[in-house]
Design a protein around this ligand. Structure first.
Ligand code: CTP
Length: 388
């Protein structure tokens, strides 16, 4: 299969500069990126930048003296069209079916999903006529990416900012992914837990949270209602998840207890500390004249085991098994012991890496996968879920 084509429709707003990053990221993610700019957009950013980044000519002219009819050709080959930033002007034109330049004509000719990200001054954005036009775009089947709030280039504060490139990227991937998990509620746990010793120290592990975040992100792309419960890590939660930040295993247990019953699928990707210090000192432990320190630890709750005991009739429970030896047998033990539908065995080398090599183990099946990027693996795991 050839590369998917994303066409970026860029109109004349200051935020047009953010589309440089979007074009670059999409190209790196192996999409064929075409850019259509309005004349006003070219006042803010130069077409040459996009041509250098995407390797494709930027189209601006409806009546280019060419052998192809530009808007029809573009409409035919585009898998997804995103108009960002979308000015009040282009929104008004599309809402009323006008087609007086290449981009508006392309919108009329297109058969692919169309996204639009309104971005403008807050007072313009709040004008009833603009809001009416946005509503009309939705009626026409255009998916609207809501603007962010904050500092606007004109100096005003309020709603109207174009979301950051990473967020636009996620909307694009979501729009391209079939909604195979639509209507499903999925809870994913991710990251390590921290078990405090005193106000400045804790026991934790090397978990990066990347596997859990990739699962949450991919489940959002597939249309699921996703809740992400995460231990402390520096990753930004994927757009569209309901996010709960927790610190200790006990915090995670309390949060998951509240949420578990209403989930269709629970995936425990978190590396939960099995033990915590018996005593959490209120003051910093001083070295004074000690020659050493012995820590006394007590067991943390096994959240997954508890979930297995109270599992609902149609609920699916997926665990990870982190092993340094005899991975398959140990993982199989956890599958049975914790009453899981699927366990994913991985090795410690996955802990702080972008890559992972796993084996899927269910009651009757065992499937060893090759080493791959955690994002790609997240897709494979969600594919495997549909077989459960
Ligand atoms: N898990 C959990 N609560 C814990 C420990 C682990 O819910 N206190 C979950 C993990 O999120 C994972 C699965 O149980 O999905 C297996 O975790 P793992 O650390 O591999 O195994 P443990 O059950 O902790 O057993 P051991 O450390 O003895 O290998």
């Amino acid at each position: 299969m050839g590369k998917k084509q994303i066409t970026l429709g860029i109109t004349g707003g200051v935020a047009a500069y953010k589309m440089i990053q979007v074009a670059s990221d999409l190209t790196k993610s192996n999409f064929n990126v075409k850019v259509v700019m309005t004349k006003s957009a070219a006042e803010f950013v130069t077409p040459l930048t996009f041509e250098a980044l995407t390797g494709n000519k930027v189209e601006m002219e409806l009546f280019a003296r060419d052998t192809e009819i530009k808007h029809i050709e573009l409409a035919r080959e585009t898998d997804l069209l995103i108009i960002a930033p979308a000015t009040a002007n282009i929104i008004g034109k599309i809402a009323h079916g006008l087609a007086d330049d290449l981009l508006t004509t392309l919108v009329l000719a297109s058969r692919c999903p169309v996204l639009a990200a309104p971005a403008m001054n807050v007072y313009m954005y709040n004008k009833p006529v603009v809001q009416e036009n946005i509503k009309q775009l939705k009626n026409l089947g255009v998916e609207i990416i809501e603007p962010d709030s904050g500092y606007l280039a004109c100096g005003d504060q309020g709603t109207g900012r174009l979301p950051e490139p990473a967020v636009l990227h996620e909307y694009i991937l979501k729009a391209l992914t079939p909604a195979s998990l639509s209507g499903k509620k999925i809870l994913v746990s991710a990251g390590p837990t921290r078990e405090p010793l005193d106000p400045v120290r804790f026991i934790s592990n090397y978990s990066s949270g990347k596997m859990g975040y990739a699962l949450a992100r991919n489940a959002v792309y597939r249309g699921a209602e996703v809740t992400l419960v995460s231990g402390p890590i520096g990753l930004t939660p994927p757009a569209g998840v309901k996010f709960y930040a927790v610190e200790t295993a006990v915090d995670m247990e309390e949060t998951i207890d509240e949420l578990a019953e209403r989930q269709d699928i629970i995936i425990m990707a978190a590396a939960i500390s099995d033990f915590r210090p018996e005593v959490r000192e209120k003051k910093k432990i001083k070295k004074e004249d000690r020659t050493g320190l012995t820590l006394s630890l007590k067991s943390n709750p096994d959240i997954l085991k508890k979930l297995g005991k109270q599992k609902g009739e149609n609920q699916k429970l997926i665990g990870f098994a982190l092993e340094t030896e005899d991975a398959i047998n140990n993982a199989r033990g956890k599958l049975n012991n914790k009453n899981l539908d699927l366990i994913i065995a991985n090795s410690v080398s996955a802990l702080n890496s972008d890559l992972n090599q796993v084996t899927f183990i269910s009651k009757n099946e065992l499937e060893k996968l090759e080493t791959m990027d955690k994002n790609e693996l997240a897709g494979k795991i969600l594919d495997r879920l549909s077989r459960l």
